[in-house]
Write a protein that binds this ligand. Structure first.
Ligand code: ADP
Ligand code: MG
Length: 472
């Protein structure tokens, strides 16, 4: 402790310091030396305020980065190692030995000047091990990727690149599509497949975000040469979610040069993004041109058939019986993307395992009520009324009118029936939307339509068709 002030150190200071040292050691073990050195080494414990450990970092950039990427872990470790600590507060405070204590240096927006920005305490230049080779997710292989219409082209391209990397016409491979449609899964599949064929092949997979932060870290520690050499030594470079490089000019520049160097050297590049190269705004034209220079393949939104096949495949390996009717219901209701679908299935399966109860059509809506409600928003009662009115050629206002003639009453009942089937609205809620009718009227409509469908196949077909159109 500070001997010069003449004050006695607080009684527990030594113990706290020892606890803090343990937190740091554990963190270092968890994240590895390189990451620790880049981001965490400059943390210092400033003290304890109540139940909070106060941790200082020299810049706002570092503070934000640590908070966003290690915050939870840091808090948990402090809770585990430091008695009485429940919270962690990260503050910006230049290290005491810095010349102007308290000055904030915000390097989040790196300009070309960044190169000359002296790091607060330059880490010693040591050989950084090649840790571009991040662990691949063992679940993401070609074997577990279900192929259907929306993804067959992207899948075929990925297979082709995995078989014969760096072939003209397929380099770079640019995969794009909305979230949760399988871009990362396909990239990892290619990497697995390449590694299997040749364990000596170096395949670097990283998110564009990681690329950017590695690059910034290299700038900070004056290690850009090493960064470049390392990157350019790989055989295959995969950069996931390229949209995150948008607007980050100097990182984009670096990426562009790496890209060119690799392509020129006959290496394979695989990129993913949420949009096609031409639709990515904020990307320089010359980069855009190069990105489109190989093959561009998109992953389309899923179809009901693909969702069902995916559910079947995943249910098969879940270890729990998932009845076909439940699979159909999930495939119908959770149409946003595969990630959501998987999340819903996982929850249903976990629930069944935890409580030892079978999965049924009745239990699922309860287990998934929040998820289903969120997805229902996509199909509103308005949509249903509009579609049904259009189909039977009646005016939309008839849905809420008091008229009871068969020509309008039957379509109205169909709409109520569909609202009950396709949304999670309650009977009274539905009634209100149909000219303030009572919930018993809605119930009557549901029963009536069910009855008619059983009696009259052509009516049943009609309603089923409407339902399909609404679900598309
Ligand atoms: P993206 O990177 O496009 O956002 P991911 O590749 O992370 O999406 O996919 C989200 C989740 O959905 C992953 O768990 C992935 O395994 C799964 N998934 C996506 N598409 C398929 C598919 N065709 N077959 C099997 N699983 C899939
Ligand atoms: Mg992804």
């Amino acid at each position: 402790m500070d001997q010069d002030t003449g004050e006695a150190p607080p009684p527990n200071a030594g113990k706290t310091a020892a606890c803090w040292a343990r937190v740091r050691t554990r963190l270092r073990q968890e994240v590895g030396d390189v990451e620790y050195r880049n981001w965490l080494r400059q943390m210092s414990l400033a003290g304890v305020e109540g139940e909070a450990a106060i941790i200082h970092l020299p810049t706002r950039f570092l503070r934000d980065w640590v908070r966003d990427h290690y915050g939870d872990r840091l808090r948990m470790l402090c809770q585990a190692e430091m008695p009485g600590i429940r919270l962690v507060e990260l503050r910006v405070q230049a290290a005491a030995r810095a010349e102007k204590p308290g000055i904030e240096e915000d390097v989040a927006e790196l300009s070309p000047l960044a190169e000359s920005l002296a790091p607060i305490s330059a880490p010693p230049i040591e050989p950084v091990r090649n840790d571009w080779l991040v662990p691949l997710d063992p679940r993401f292989t070609f074997d577990s990727f279900v192929v259907g219409k929306p993804n067959e082209f992207a899948h075929a391209c990925a297979r082709r690149v995995a078989e014969r990397p760096a072939q003209a016409g397929f380099n770079p491979l640019f995969l794009y599509g909305g979230v949760g449609l399988g871009k990362t899964h396909l990239m990892h599949s290619i990497a697995w497949s390449l590694r299997e064929q040749d364990p000596n092949l170096s395949v670097a997979y990283m998110s564009a975000e990681k690329f950017m932060y590695r690059f910034i870290a290299a700038l900070r520690s004056h290690n850009t040469m090493e960064f470049k050499t390392q990157l350019r030594s790989v055989h295959v470079l995969m950069v996931d979610d390229l949209q995150f490089l948008i607007g980050k000019d100097n990182t984009q520049e670096e990426f562009f040069h790496t890209f060119n160097a690799l392509i020129d050297a006959g290496k394979q590049i695989i990129i993913s993004a949420d949009k096609a190269p031409n639709d990515l705004s904020g990307i320089e034209d010359r980069l855009r041109t190069r990105l489109s220079g190989g093959i561009v393949a998109d992953l389309h939104a899923t179809t009901y058939e693909l969702r069902l096949s995916i559910l079947q495949a995943k249910a098969n390996v879940s270890g729990v019986e998932v009845p076909p009717r439940v699979q159909e219901m999930l495939a119908r209701k959770i149409a946003s993307n595969v990630r959501d679908l998987e999340g819903a299935l996982n929850r249903v399966v976990a629930h069944a395992k935890l409580f030892g109860r079978p999965i049924t059509l009745e239990s699922v809506p309860e287990v998934l009520s929040d998820i289903l409600r969120a997805h229902d928003k996509r199909l509103s009662i308005d949509d249903i009324q509009r579609k049904v009115a259009e189909h039977y050629n009646i005016r939309l206002t008839e849905m809420a009118s008091a008229r009871r003639s068969r020509a309008v009453a039957r379509p109205r009942q169909v709409a109520m029936y569909l609202a009950k089937q396709l949304t999670s609205r309650s009977l009274p809620e539905i009634g209100r939307r149909f000219g303030n009718r009572d919930h018993t009227t809605v119930l009557h409509a549901v029963n009536k339509i069910t009855e008619l469908m059983a009696e009259d196949p052509s009516f049943a077909e009609d309603v089923t068709l409407l339902r399909k159109m609404l679900e598309m």
